[in-house]
Every structure is written in C-alpha cells, then in structure tokens.
Design a protein around this ligand. Structure first.
Ligand SMILES: [Zn+2]
Length: 277
C-alpha cells in the first residue's frame, strides 16, 4: 500500500520534533513564564531584498529595549519580577547574518540552524556550549530583526506550544515601520500569549474575537497599532504568560478547543471567495 502523504509528513515532523525534544527545558511551566531572568539573543538579518545599513539598527534595537521596558513595567502591575538580559552572547548586540529566505513556511529549527552556521557554529548546542549557556534551565528567546517588509510572527522551537523564535520584520507588509508594541506583542507570543484579533481561519473565531474586543479592548494581543498609550496586558494574556491564575472563561479563547470552528470558518470564507469569482 502506498503511504498517504499526510503520514509521510507526520513521520517527517515527528522525526524533527523528537530531535528537538532533547533540548527541551526541564520545567516547561517555569520556562514559559515571563518572569525572572529572560535572555534574549537578538540577531539582525540581511535578506536578498535588503541589507541593514549603518545607523539603521539603532532605532530597532532601541525599540526592542523599549518593548522590554514596557513588559517589565506591566509585570510590576501583576507583582511579578522580570528582567531582560541582552548581553549574554554579544556585548554590542549588533550581530548581522545573511539569510536567503525568511518566511512563515520554514520550520524555526532550520532558521535557527542556518543562523548558527552563519555565526560560525555547527549548531545551537555548540553555540550555547561556547557561551556556557544552560539551555535546559535558563530562559532563552531568539529574536530576528529582518530587513524586509513582511508580517512579523513568532515560532516554536520545541513544540507547537512553546514559541521560542520571533521573527520581526523592519516594516510590515504595507510598509509601516515596526515599533516597540509590535515587538512586545511578538515577545509575548514567545511566552505562549494568544492572538486575540480576528483573522479568518487563524487563532480566534468570529465570536471569540468579538468577545475579546468587549472584554479586553486595550490588549496588546488584540491590536498593537491603535491607541498605543492605552495598551496593556489583559488578564487572559497574563494567565498565558504565567502572571495570574486560570479562570474558566478563558477557555472561550483557546485556539485548540476552537480548532474545528476556526477551520470551518476558514473553509466557508474560501468557498465564498470562490463563488464571487
Ligand atoms: Zn500575534
């Protein structure tokens, strides 16, 4: 019997995930909490579209510092201690590598692997060994600041739940310059925060996103571009990132529980587009 394509893909991914499991932190719950010391490895990425030019990096690095300050400030509202460490790996924090392609479809493991090779290391384990960094016990988030227009997003390194690679483009798809709020939003994803805005077929259903707008109108996970001064960490996101306790009503927004409905909305939308043509 011929192997169905889905099975082949599954075998492929399982192979890679089991490989990744070896680096899995010992205590995921604590590892995923946006508390205590968080190490951030920031890498600037040149692409085949554009290169970082002298003097350009400062703005983005400064915005990243502001994003971190904003998060630290928010954490004090929840009586949490939070500290970012940015100089664990490079004192000047201006490392630039070239990647031919950085896009949503590429598994984060490959992107990280390519970065490590560009930096002159065989793999991430070698890089961490060299810097005497304990991947299993210390928190590490990798942030790429990419020189091209695209949609910023965050990825997982260890499993679909644990997001450890954030890819921040210098401008969004429409040319809007990326700022501290976009960066804070992506950093929050790295600690498990859910998107709360509606995008057909993605993370929320029409209904759950409407509820999110009602319940958490100023959430940074709902929108990172309007009324920036009012932005805050809502209580649902606070729970996701380990700042507060779970409440039953949060399950309404759970992308896993809503998966079928989300997929059905996506399907219906695509069908309606087809009918319009
Ligand atoms: Zn998001």
């Amino acid at each position: 019997m011929k192997k169905p394509i889905s099975l082949i893909l599954l075998t492929f991914f399982l192979g890679h995930f089991s490989n990744a499991q070896r680096n899995k932190p010992q205590n995921i719950r604590e590892y995923m909490a946006l508390t205590h010391e968080v190490n951030v490895l920031t890498i600037f990425v040149d692409t085949n579209e554009e290169f970082w030019e002298e003097g350009e990096k400062e703005y983005y690095y400064n915005e990243l510092m502001k994003a971190q300050e904003w998060l630290v400030d928010q954490s004090s509202n929840w009586d949490k201690t939070l500290e970012f460490e940015n100089e664990e790996f490079f004192v000047d924090q201006q490392a630039v590598v070239y990647l031919d392609k950085v896009s949503r479809g590429i598994h984060p493991k490959y992107t990280i692997q390519k970065i490590m090779v560009e930096l002159g290391y065989d793999n991430i384990e070698k890089f961490m060994d060299y810097h005497d960094f304990d991947l299993e016990n210390e928190k590490l988030k990798i942030l790429l600041l990419v020189k091209s227009n695209n949609r910023s997003h965050a990825y997982n390194l260890w499993s679909v739940k644990d997001v450890d690679l954030a890819i921040v483009y210098c401008r969004n798809s429409f040319g809007g310059v990326t700022d501290r709020y976009v960066m804070a939003h992506e950093l929050l994803h790295q600690f498990g925060a859910w998107d709360l805005y509606y995008e057909v077929g993605k993370v929320q259903t029409k209904e759950s996103s409407r509820l999110a707008m009602e319940s958490y109108p100023n959430s940074i996970m709902l929108n990172s571009s309007k009324n920036k001064d009012l932005k805050e960490i809502d209580e649902l996101t606070a729970w996701r990132i380990g700042w507060s306790d779970y409440k039953d009503e949060f399950s309404i927004f759970d992308p896993k529980l809503n998966k079928e409905k989300i997929l059905a909305e996506g399907k219906a939308f695509r069908k309606s587009l087809k009918n319009k043509r």
